[in-house]
Write a protein that binds this ligand. Structure first.
Ligand code: NAD
Ligand code: LMR
Ligand code: MG
Length: 640
C-alpha cells in the first residue's frame, strides 16, 4: 500500500495506520509513506525517528537444507528471486539465473500464464519457428516427466527416440530457447556470469555431483540460426545432454549443462522484465576470455575427467576458444568439429547412393553458403577428406566456392580470417557474386547451406542445381537450424529437381510424395549423429585431448552404418532408431584412432590391445540403460 502524506504534519489517518498496521509482515513492506512537501510537492524525509511497529511474524525462517535440496523444497524455494546474499549463504549461487527477480514479477508472470497461456506464447510465434503448438505441448509434457522421474523420462525417450528427438532437441529446442525466460520453472544446469568473477572455483562445488563426466557449455551468442539469446541459450546444452544420455548412455546424474552469462546484445530480450540474465551488452575482448578461462579452470579442476563440449558460440569466439583449450583439455566444439565430421560422413553416404567410391569426393564441385564456424569447419573437413584421397591441399581447396552474407568470397576481400582465407577464390572478378549466378556458372555437384538465414535455396537456385547436374543426382544439404532457418525444405528441393536430389537437412523433414506417386526418402544431417559418440569414446578412453584424427575416424565410420537397403532408398545417414548402436560404433572408431595415437588409458587401453571388437563390447556395456535399480541409503560420514 502506498500512502502519500501532504505537508509536514502527517494526516490523522496516516498516523493511525502507522500506529496500528505493522509496517513489515514476513519481511515484506506493506505500507510505505512518501512525504511530499506542501508547497512544491517534492518528497522529503520527515524529521524524527519513526514509531516502532513490532511484527507478529518472524522476520526470517530457519532452514536446514542448502543447494538443490533447498530449491526442490516448495516451502523455502524462491525460484529466481533468491537475493545474492542468500544465494551465497545457502549454496545456490550458480544454480539459478544470475539476475534476482522479485516475487511481484514472478506473480505477474504466473497470472499472465493463468489467464492467457496463449497470449504468453502465441501459437503463431510457435509456428514461425517451424514448431507446431502440438510439438510445444509435447515438449512440456516431457519436461514435466523429466522433472519428476528421470529414469522413466529416459526410458520413453530411449524407446521412442526417432519420434521424440525433434521434441527434446532440434527444432523444438529452438522455440524453447526463444521462450526460455517464460517457460522457466525448475532449475537445471549451472549459470556462471561476469559478476561471478573470482568465485567460480568455489561455485562449482554448489553442484551436487562429484562425478561429472560431460559438460556442454554455451554463452548463448549464436543459438542455432536464431541469433543471440543470452542465458536463454541454456536450453541447447540441456537438449544436447539429453542426447548424451539417450544416445551415448551417459548417466543423467553425471552430466552438466552450463551457460556463461556475459550479457546479451539482444536488446528486446534485455529489456524484457522476465529475462533473468545480466542486462548488459555482451562483454568482449580480454575480459571475455578471462571469464571463460576462469570457468574452464574451475570446471576442469573439480571434474578433471569430464569431456567439455562448446556449443553455439558466435564465430568471433568459437574458433579462438577452441584453439585456446584444445591442446590442454578434453574439449571440442560441436558446431565446428562435430558438424564438419557429420557433413563429411553424409557426403561419403551420398557417394554410396551414387555408387561411387570415396575417392570420387575429390572430383566434386562444392558450393557452401555460410562461412561461419559451421560452414568453414565443414569446408575444411571435406578438404581434409579429399587430401586423404590423395589431393594436395591446393587442389582440394580449388573444389570449393564459399559464400557469405556478401556473396562469393574471393582473395580480394580485405580482412579475411585465416579460417576462411585458404578457401577464397583467386579470381577477384567474381567477388560478391550471388548464389544463383555461382550455381549457374560453376554447376556444382554439391550444395551446402550453413548460413542460418532461411530459404536461400530458392526455386531458381534449386532448378539451376538440377540443370547443372545432368549426369549425377545433385547433392543438396540445407543444414541450417531450426526449420525456419533451413535453406530449403525437402518438398521444395524435390519439386525443383524432379525428385533427383540427394537431400539431407539439419532439422528433420518428412519424406516427399512426388506427383507421379513415388516417395523420395530424405535424411537429417545433424551433428547429433556424432557428438555423443565422439564424447563417449574420448571420455571412456580418457584421451586427454580430442584430435583431428579421432574426428576423421568418426566421419569415416558413420556412412558404413547405413544399410544397403537404405542406401538404395537414397538415405545418406543411418536410421536414428539405432542411435545407441551408431554411437557405440562411432565411439569405437574414435577410440581406435586414439589408441593408434597412443592416447588411450585404463581399461580402454587394455581393450584396444585385444582389438576393435573388444573395445566395442566394452563401450556398449559401459552405457547407462534406464531401468530401476535398488536404492540404498548411506548415512552421512560413511564412504561409498
Ligand atoms: N546441421 C547441423 O548439425 C548444424 C551444426 C552447426 C550449425 N548449424 C547451423 O548452421 C547455421 C550457421 O551456424 P554458424 O555457427 O556457422 O553461424 P555463423 O554466424 O558463425 O555463420 C553464419 C554465416 O552465414 C553467412 N550468412 C548470413 N546470412 C547470409 C545470407 N543471407 N547469404 C549468405 N550467407 C549468409 C554469414 O556471413 C556467416 O558467414 C546455423 O543455422 C546453425 O544452426 C547446423
Ligand atoms: O543443435 C543442432 O541441432 C545442431 C547444431 O549444433 C546447431 O547449432 O544447429
Ligand atoms: Mg550447435
Amino acid at each position: 500500500m502506498l500512502c502519500l502524506s501532504l505537508g509536514r504534519q502527517q494526516s490523522a489517518w496516516a498516523r493511525a495506520l502507522l500506529q496500528f498496521q505493522p509496517k513489515f509482515v514476513g519481511g515484506k513492506e506493506l505500507v510505505r509513506f512518501i512525504h511530499l512537501d506542501e508547497a512544491d510537492g517534492t518528497p522529503y524525509t520527515p524529521a524524527g525517528i519513526p514509531p516502532y511497529a513490532p511484527s507478529l511474524q518472524p522476520p526470517a525462517y530457519v532452514v536446514r537444507k542448502t543447494g538443490f535440496d533447498l530449491l526442490k523444497d516448495p516451502w523455502c524455494n524462491k525460484g529466481s528471486a533468491f537475493p545474492r546474499s542468500e544465494r551465497d549463504r545457502l549454496g545456490v549461487r550458480g544454480l539459478l539465473p544470475p539476475r534476482s527477480l522479485t516475487l511481484e514479477l514472478q506473480a505477474a508472470r504466473f497470472m499472465e500464464d493463468y489467464y492467457h497461456p496463449r497470449h504468453l506464447i502465441p501459437p503463431e510465434d510457435v509456428k514461425s519457428g517451424g514448431v507446431t503448438p502440438e510439438m510445444a505441448r509435447r515438449w512440456k509434457v516431457l519436461q514435466e516427466l523429466q522433472d519428476r522421474n528421470e529414469t522413466l523420462f529416459y526410458r520413453v525417450l530411449f524407446d521412442h527416440f526417432t519420434e521424440m528427438a525433434p521434441i527434446i532437441y532440434t527444432p523444438t529446442v529452438g522455440w524453447v530457447c526463444v521462450n526460455f525466460h517464460k517457460l522457466y520453472r525448475r532449475p537445471r544446469g549451472m549459470y556462471f556470469s561476469a559478476e561471478d568473477r573470482g568465485d567460480m572455483a568455489a561455485m562449482v562445488y554448489n553442484w551436487p555431483q562429484q562425478d561429472v563426466q560431460a559438460i556442454v557449455v554455451t554463452d548463448g551468442s549464436r543459438i542455432l540460426g536464431l541469433g543471440d539469446l543470452g542465458i536463454n541459450g541454456l536450453g541447447i546444452p540441456i537438449g544436447k545432454l539429453d542426447l548424451y544420455c539417450a544416445a551415448a548412455g551417459f548417466s543423467p546424474s553425471k552430466v552438466l549443462p552450463v551457460v556463461i552469462d556475459v550479457g546479451t546484445n539482444n536488446a528486446p530480450l534485455r529489456a524484457d522484465p522476465h529475462y533473468a540474465g545480466l542486462r548488459i551488452p555482451r562483454i568482449t575482448g580480454p575480459e571475455y576470455f578471462a571469464i571463460l578461462d576462469e570457468f574452464v579452470t574451475a570446471a576442469m579442476t573439480r571434474w578433471p575427467n569430464a569431456v567439455l563440449q562448446f556449443e553455439d558460440f558466435s564465430i568471433e569466439h568459437a574458433v579462438p576458444l577452441l584453439e585456446r583449450y584444445r591442446k590442454h583439455h578434453l574439449v571440442f566444439n560441436d558446431d565446428i568439429q562435430g558438424t564438419a565430421a557429420t557433413a563429411l560422413a553424409g557426403l561419403y553416404g551420398a557417394l554410396r547412393v551414387l555408387a561411387q567410391p570415396a575417392s570420387a569426393l575429390g572430383e566434386q564441385r562444392i558450393v557452401c553458403v555460410g562461412a561461419g564456424s559451421a560452414g568453414m569447419g565443414v569446408v575444411r573437413m571435406i578438404a581434409a577428406g579429399m587430401q586423404k584421397q590423395g589431393l594436395s591441399f591446393e587442389a582440394a581447396a580449388s573444389r570449393f566456392w564459399v559464400l557469405d552474407y556478401n556473396g562469393l568470397i574471393t582473395a580480394s576481400r580485405p580482412d579475411l580470417t585465416n579460417f576462411v582465407k585458404p578457401f577464397a577464390r583467386r579470381d577477384a572478378s567474381h567477388e560478391g557474386e550471388s548464389l544463383l549466378s555461382v550455381v549457374k556458372r560453376v554447376k556444382p555437384t554439391i550444395l551446402l547451406g550453413l548460413a542460418g538465414a532461411g530459404r536461400l535455396f530458392t526455386e531458381q537456385v534449386l532448378s539451376a542445381m538440377n540443370e547443372g547436374c545432368p549426369q549425377q543426382r545433385p547433392i543438396i544439404f540445407p543444414m541450417s537450424n531450426p526449420t525456419s532457418r533451413m535453406e530449403a525444405t525437402a518438398e521444395e528441393a524435390m519439386r525443383c529437381t524432379a525428385g533427383r536430389a540427394i537431400y539431407a537437412s539439419g532439422s528433420p523433414q518428412p519424406a516427399v510424395e512426388m506427383p507421379d506417386g513415388r516417395t523420395v526418402a530424405v535424411s537429417q544431417a545433424n551433428n547429433m549423429y556424432l557428438f555423443p559418440g565422439v564424447a563417449l569414446g574420448a571420455f571412456l578412453g580418457q584421451t586427454r585431448i580430442i584430435t583431428d584424427r579421432m574426428l576423421m575416424a568418426a566421419a569415416e565410420e558413420l556412412p558404413k552404418l547405413v544399410t544397403q537397403e537404405d542406401v538404395e532408398k537414397g538415405l545418406v545417414y543411418p536410421r536414428l532408431a539405432s542411435i545407441r548402436d551408431i554411437t557405440a560404433s562411432v565411439a569405437t572408431a574414435v577410440a581406435v584412432a586414439a589408441g593408434e595415437e597412443g592416447r588411450l588409458r585404463g581399461r580402454m587401453r587394455e581393450k584396444f590391445a585385444l582389438g576393435p571388437d573388444a573395445l566395442h563390447t566394452f563401450i556398449s556395456r559401459s552405457m547407462f540403460y534406464p531401468e530401476y535399480k535398488a536404492l540404498v541409503h548411506l548415512p552421512r560420514g560413511i564412504d561409498e
